[in-house]
Design a protein around this ligand. Structure first.
Ligand SMILES: [Zn+2]
Length: 361
């Protein structure tokens, strides 16, 4: 009794499960009749048109919009794909049913044919008559005679039904295959839309890439321009008067400089002490005038220049390359001076700076 209850409960549950529509995508109408198949195709066609209309209203100029469009097309493609799979499963099922029915029909035909041959054999040798004569009663006789005929008639009827079913399967298969072809076309069309969007996105990516490259190039230009502005670390120049001492610092302003400020440092040693290039470079000027006396200007190729005034003698000339520490002349008192000294200036990117720290003072 308990088992029967269980069976009933399980049966009811199964029935409910079957009756609840599967939570698949919207198009779940059965493609097992012409009307059903046409309804599915019509629904998908309508959705395809709606999709196309929706896409036409959306922008394609930025990547986010293109990707939103792709999402829409992909969703549609998925729906079409699921429906197509459903229909294909239906077609496969019909093929299986058809095969099964054909086997059954063949067996039945063999059975009927076998019985007919048997009856003929019975008739020939009067065996059928014996079979009938041996009937115990008239009723039995009729029963026996009818059984043979009824069996044959029943099987024939069954065969006819099978044939009808087979014919219906052929029709259903044709309808399903036609629907499948229509859905294939919709799929190809949507796939085309997706391909176009992919191409559009790829084009956009290339454009963005170009823009990025331009930006990077601009940035690099700015960087290379700014890298030309030298930042010279302190102590990176050689003391131009080895062994010399600091007589007067840079930056002092006042009467001594005719209202201007001191643009260099004055280093003292002895007249004739060697003066060397503070760093390697090219002598951009070497000469003499009344205020600077004998002077040398060295351009170091990194935006910095050094100047050496009041030299006693010069040992380099303009255009000559020099190494840092190489002698360029001797200390003296030429030009506008009150005592022998080397006036040494440092210019970085056209800006006059205090050289003391740079030469280790
Ligand atoms: Zn000076």
């Amino acid at each position: 009794m308990l088992n029967l209850k269980k069976v009933v409960i399980v049966g009811v549950l199964l029935l409910i499960t079957i009756l609840i529509p599967s939570q698949q995508l919207a198009v779940t109408a059965n493609c097992d009749s012409q009307a059903g198949c046409e309804a599915i195709v019509t629904t998908l066609e309508k959705k395809s048109n709606e999709l196309t209309e929706q896409l036409s209203k959306m922008s394609s100029t930025d990547r986010t919009s293109i990707e939103s469009k792709m999402d829409l097309v992909n969703t549609y493609l998925q729906e079409v794909s699921v429906t197509r799979d459903d229909i294909q499963a239906n077609i496969n099922q019909l093929a299986e049913q058809s095969e099964q029915l054909e086997i059954e029909a063949m067996n039945l035909k063999d059975k009927v044919a076998g019985r007919m041959i048997h009856m003929q054999e019975l008739t020939k040798g009067n065996v059928l008559l014996d079979f009938l004569v041996n009937s115990e009663s008239l009723g039995d006789f009729i029963q026996r005679a009818m059984t043979l005929n009824d069996l044959t008639a029943y099987d024939q009827k069954l065969l006819n039904e099978m044939q009808t079913k087979l014919d219906q399967i052929v029709i259903n298969t044709a309808v399903s295959e036609s629907a499948r072809a229509s859905i294939d076309a919709l799929y190809v069309s949507a796939q085309g839309q997706l391909d176009e969007l992919h191409a559009l996105e790829a084009k956009l990516v290339v454009e963005l890439q170009k823009e990025a490259e331009t930006l990077v190039a601009q940035q690099e230009t700015v960087q290379s321009e700014s890298s030309q502005i030298v930042t010279v670390p302190e102590g990176s120049y050689t003391n131009p008067l080895p062994g010399g001492y600091l007589m007067f610092p840079w930056g002092v302003c006042g009467d001594d400089y005719f209202g201007r400020c001191h643009t260099g440092i004055d280093l003292g040693a002895y007249v004739g002490a060697p003066v060397v290039a503070a760093a390697s470079g090219v002598v951009s000027a070497a000469g003499s005038d009344s205020s600077r006396g004998n002077y040398v200007t060295i351009s170091h190729g990194d935006g910095s220049t050094t100047q050496y005034y009041h030299l006693n003698s010069l040992s380099v000339s303009a255009g000559q390359s020099v190494n840092g520490g190489q002698s360029i002349g001797t200390m003296g008192a030429t030009g506008f001076v009150t005592a022998p000294h080397l006036h040494f200036e440092l210019w970085i990117n056209g800006v006059n700076v205090d050289p003391a720290g740079y030469i280790g003072f």
